[in-house]
Design a protein around this ligand. Structure first.
Ligand SMILES: NC(=O)C1=CN([C@@H]2O[C@H](COP(=O)(O)OP(=O)(O)OC[C@H]3O[C@@H](n4cnc5c(N)ncnc54)[C@H](OP(=O)(O)O)[C@@H]3O)[C@@H](O)[C@H]2O)[C@@H](O)CC1
Ligand SMILES: [K+]
Length: 484
């Protein structure tokens, strides 16, 4: 598990560790790791031009001590002092090593730009001249390395209130910060390199976590010798309508590709025809009224994609939610429960999979506000609604009360196309039916779906059907099995 922490959590751990070490030890460890990362990026250090953007706090101190090391190896290092004060000992060491302070920064001509403006001590939007320097770094030709956190990104939330550095590499000290994993901040980090400064034993429970390949491998259900289709998880799918047939086809496809033992599809005439044509392996119950009494036993339900939002759909949703198995609610199902919250009053678990627009209707917050503060709102939705929430987006986040938010970074922007959400609901639904809890089904589902998206896209546009087709390959790559 990749774990990440808020600025307060990091500071608390740092204080405990610092009390046991000679003064300045941690910053020297940080600077050592930072200088090594810079040297790697430069290839040859001697003679190369490096500009340090130095803020008034210890983030600037890290940059100065790393600059000292690079200067000793023959780099031409200039520092722009942006704050009202500067880390004194760091500046002395930097100057002693031959570093220079520049009035007018040659940011545009540098081979490497080290962003030491602000780290975990940032509050609010970058002030001048920090904001201008961040913009200069972003438009310069040189490689930008952010110290600890790209300046302008809130380390605790990933929120970006104004100008912010966009780094090629972020060298982060001691532990990942939440804001490095969650968008919009995550989009600013480039590759994140972690420098071990000995913080590990002092860190509390994480604020957020991201599943690694090994975690997903451990969590993924694998059929044993005695498995039969009923034990491997039967998913009921209540999706699609005479107007929207594709959603049903894609959701059933996602579920079958993600290992449901059996999919029982229930729907009206048109989607039934389509699902039957695409997926002969699905067991189909044509519905002439909104009822699930003839569908047979299932271990979980997927409710909503393409279902419509009229009385018929409402009645079917009420029947599905009156069952005693976990239910995943997506798309039109979310519109129905936004209108009638009483549908969510049930004992068995509920997983909802909204995008920001759908979540906006559920919690009465604007879509833009949700996009700007995804963590805050996904947590709030989980607490207010008493359900597990998977908020879709460039970094998908999964919240359940009293658990760290799980962040998924496997996705690709090619996935932002029609129908991919239906596939995701099928994948996560199949995992629910195979016995994973909502929290794990959602986060493993997001991981596989993102990976399948990458495999389907390979750098070019994808189709949602292609994403479903790539799910088995994603599972294979998680298990590390050779491809046929
Ligand atoms: N502690 C440790 O053991 C270790 C810490 N380490 C390093 O220290 C970093 C934390 O250092 P920190 O606490 O000094 O805070 P930091 O991020 O430099 O920023 C504070 C300064 O920023 C300013 N400022 C704030 N907001 C601003 C804005 N919007 N726009 C403009 N300016 C703004 C604010 O200025 P002021 O408002 O006071 O004028 C304040 O002076 C951490 O990220 C890591 O890199 C590592 O060496 C490992 C060991
Ligand atoms: K920084």
């Amino acid at each position: 598990m990749k774990t990440a922490y808020t600025a307060d959590q990091i500071r608390h751990a740092e204080r405990t560790l610092m009390a046991r070490l000679p003064e300045g030890t941690l910053m020297q460890r940080a600077a050592h790791g930072l200088a090594a990362a810079c040297a790697d990026l430069l290839g040859r250090v001697y003679g190369r031009r490096v500009v340090l953007l130095v803020g008034s706090g210890d983030n600037g101190g890290d940059a100065l001590y790393a600059g000292e090391r690079l200067a000793r190896r023959g780099a031409r290092v200039e520092a722009v002092l942006a704050g009202s004060k500067t880390h004194e000992a760091g500046l002395r060491a930097f100057l002693d090593a031959g570093g220079r302070v520049a009035e007018q920064a040659a940011v545009g001509e540098a081979d490497l730009i080290v962003d030491g403006l602000v780290g975990i001590g940032v509050s609010g939007a970058l002030r001048e001249p920090y904001a201008r320097l961040a913009e200069e770094a972003n438009t310069a030709h040189g490689t930008v390395v952010a110290v600890d956190v790209p300046s302008g990104v809130d380390a605790s939330t990933g929120q970006v209130a104004g100008a912010a550095v966009r780094a090629r590499v972020t060298v982060t000290m001691g532990a990942y910060k939440t804001g490095l994993l969650v968008d919009p901040g995550a989009a600013h980090t480039g590759t994140v390199e972690l420098v071990d400064i000995g913080l590990g034993p002092f860190l509390p429970d994480p604020d957020v976590a991201a599943l690694t390949r090994a975690d997903v491998e451990d969590l993924l259900p694998r059929p044993g010798n005695e498995s039969d289709k009923y034990r491997r998880g039967v998913l009921g799918v209540a999706a699609g309508s005479d107007l929207y047939t594709g959603a049903a086809v894609l959701a059933v496809g996602g579920a079958l590709r993600a290992g449901a033992g059996l999919v029982r599809y229930a729907g009206t005439h048109e989607p039934v025809q389509q699902v039957r044509a695409h997926w002969p392996e699905a067991v189909i119950t044509p519905l002439d009224r909104p009822s699930i009494e003839h569908v047979g036993r299932v271990q979980a339900w997927l409710l909503g994609p393409g279902l419509g939002t009229g009385d018929w759909a409402h009645e079917l949703a009420a029947r599905v939610l009156a069952s005693d198995v976990p239910v995943l609610i997506d798309a039109d199902g979310l519109t129905l429960v936004a209108r009638d919250r009483s549908l969510l009053r049930r004992r068995a678990p509920v997983l909802i999979t909204p995008h920001a627009g759908e979540l906006s209707r559920l919690i009465g917050v604007s879509r833009d506000d949700i996009e700007a503060a995804r963590l805050e709102h996904v947590r709030r939705a989980a607490a207010e609604l008493g359900v597990t929430v998977l908020l879709k987006g460039s970094t998908t986040v999964v919240a359940e009360e009293a658990r760290p938010v799980r962040v998924n970074g496997t996705g690709t922007s090619w996935l932002a196309t029609g129908g991919t959400g239906d596939v995701l609901s099928g994948v996560a639904g199949a995992l629910l039916a195979q016995g994973l809890g909502c929290y794990d089904a959602a986060s493993v589902g997001a991981y596989l779906h993102g990976l399948a998206g990458r495999l389907a896209a390979r750098g070019a546009p994808l189709t949602s059907a292609g994403v479903a087709t790539a799910v088995p390959e994603a599972i294979r790559s998680v298990h590390g099995e050779p491809r046929p």
